[in-house]
Write a protein that binds this ligand. Structure first.
Ligand SMILES: Cc1ncc(COP(=O)(O)O)c(C=O)c1O
Length: 448
């Protein structure tokens, strides 16, 4: 078809319209030559511009575990928008934010009970880093400013997040970040094809001692890690690793931040990765599944002692204790979406469902071992990934081709770096996992 706007795949969009949107984390030139437009979603399926049903193998972007277009959420949003569409985030409040913050604390490990709202995962990370630095200053230890992240870590895209993040491609062109060092990642060769948590690698947490020897704890504000690294391709923590990190941070008076933007609210089979892996951070960042992806929102949860420090050192009562916040912090519509989402997760026992079905997902995913191009398989809860060998020294090309072929077959999976990533909707049933894994197996055999 010569005229693109007459091609149904383009939804009537002209090339000028397509070109006007600078899309995020997307090969814009390729996309605009061959757009993949999604026009609606329901449950675990998208409908594309050609009317095809596509299984949502990544729950949006790890966001929509409860499934799309849930009436409980859409109705709560509509009701909220009619009743109170916006209320100033600074110096005034609305009841739902307090209801929600309290609700979130009930899902947290004990002690994490003060909630700061943001508009995204990246904002949650920046907020956590600022709270950490501010906390030490309020404690009279202003030299504690350096952060320790981890190689292969992903903490969003803002300057703090890419500085502590450990994905080179996300940092390479942006110049100077903030002071950060990086722990080694935990993807050891001996853990390849390990099911769930690998047994080797807890010793890698000892690297904190090296960092303390090098920088001195008096200069280190916090360690930030994802309990399970998501965006680098689902890297579950080695047994004992997070507990050791916790011990060493406590020993050296360094705050521990868990970035749970992917792992909080069910995906691990528990309310949080902290609960699942048995280590409690001082600050936790969350977003994504909090509103089932329907309205942008994040939440940072801090230990009470951190909050109290800001309050005690806050000066006169009318003064701001933390000069930080977003126009959309605790947006009423986002709060309504989050409350409805948490209701669904609880009523339908979705974290428990994930936990119950994850052994079957694990077995089915690992049945792909031995298929050509696969160099590793990793999983935990309803998160899984395949590592794919490079073609002609280019690690990203095969995953891209695999994801595109999967899309043609009616499955959305994510490709990132040398990996294919899966984040199943929490309501996925066995036959859907089976179809997804079979389609992946067939596709791997078809790709050069
Ligand atoms: C662990 C982690 N932190 C932060 C972010 C950034 O979240 P957002 O894209 O909402 O800014 C992500 C997004 O994938 C993430 O996985």
């Amino acid at each position: 078809m010569n005229n693109k706007s007459e091609n149904p795949a383009y939804c009537g969009l002209s090339q000028a319209q397509l070109d006007s949107h600078w899309m995020p984390f997307t090969g814009n030139r390729q996309f605009k030559q061959d757009p993949r437009l999604i026009v609606s979603a329901e449950g675990k399926y998208y409908t594309d511009a050609l009317g095809r049903k596509i299984f949502d193998g990544l729950s949006g972007l790890w966001t929509c575990g409860a499934g799309h277009s849930r009436p409980e959420i859409t109705e709560a949003i509509a009701k909220q928008a009619k009743e109170l569409d916006y209320s100033p985030a600074f110096q005034f409040g609305h009841p739902k934010s307090f209801e929600l913050s309290h609700r979130i604390t009930e899902l947290m490990p004990e002690g994490l009970n003060r909630v700061f709202f943001t508009g995204s995962g990246s904002e949650s990370v920046e907020t956590a880093l600022k709270i950490a630095r501010g906390y030490w200053r309020k404690k009279g230890l202003p030299s504690k400013t350096r952060f320790i992240g981890r190689s292969k870590g992903y903490h969003g895209v803002n300057f703090g997040g890419i500085s502590v993040g450990g994905i080179g491609a996300n940092r390479a062109i942006y110049g100077q970040g903030i002071e950060a060092a990086h722990l080694p990642h935990t993807m050891l060769p001996e853990n390849k094809f390990c099911k769930g948590m690998p047994t080797e690698g807890a010793y890698l947490a000892e690297e904190i001692e090296e960092m303390v020897a090098l920088y001195d704890a008096s200069n280190i504000a916090a360690v930030i890690v994802e309990p399970l690294a998501g965006s680098a391709g689902v890297i579950p923590p080695p047994v004992g690793y997070l507990k050791r990190l916790r011990e060493l941070c406590t020993k050296h008076n360094i705050l521990l931040i868990f970035d749970e933007v992917i792992t909080a609210y069910g995906r691990m089979g528990s309310n949080t990765g902290a609960e699942e892996f048995g280590a409690v951070p001082d600050i936790m960042t969350t977003a994504k599944q909090l509103t089932n992806g329907v309205v942008p929102m994040g939440a940072v949860i801090a230990k009470q002692e951190i909050y109290d420090t800001f309050m005690e050192q806050g000066g006169p009562d009318y003064m701001l204790e933390l000069p930080h916040g977003y126009t959309y912090s605790a947006h009423p519509v986002a709060c309504a979406a989050a409350l409805a989402t948490l209701d669904i997760l609880e009523k339908e026992q979705l974290p428990q469902r994930v936990k119950g079905m994850s052994p079957q997902f694990q077995e089915m995913l690992h049945s792909l071992k031995g298929t050509q191009h696969i160099t590793d398989i990793r999983n935990y809860g309803f998160a899984g990934a395949l590592s794919i060998d490079a073609r002609d020294g280019q690690p990203a090309i095969r995953p891209y081709e695999i994801a595109m072929k999967m899309w043609e077959k009616g499955f959305y999976v994510r490709y990132g770096g040398d990996t294919i990533q899966l984040g199943l909707p929490f309501t996925t049933d066995l036959s859907e996992i089976d179809s997804l894994v079979n389609a992946l197996g067939d596709t791997l055999k078809e790709v050069d």
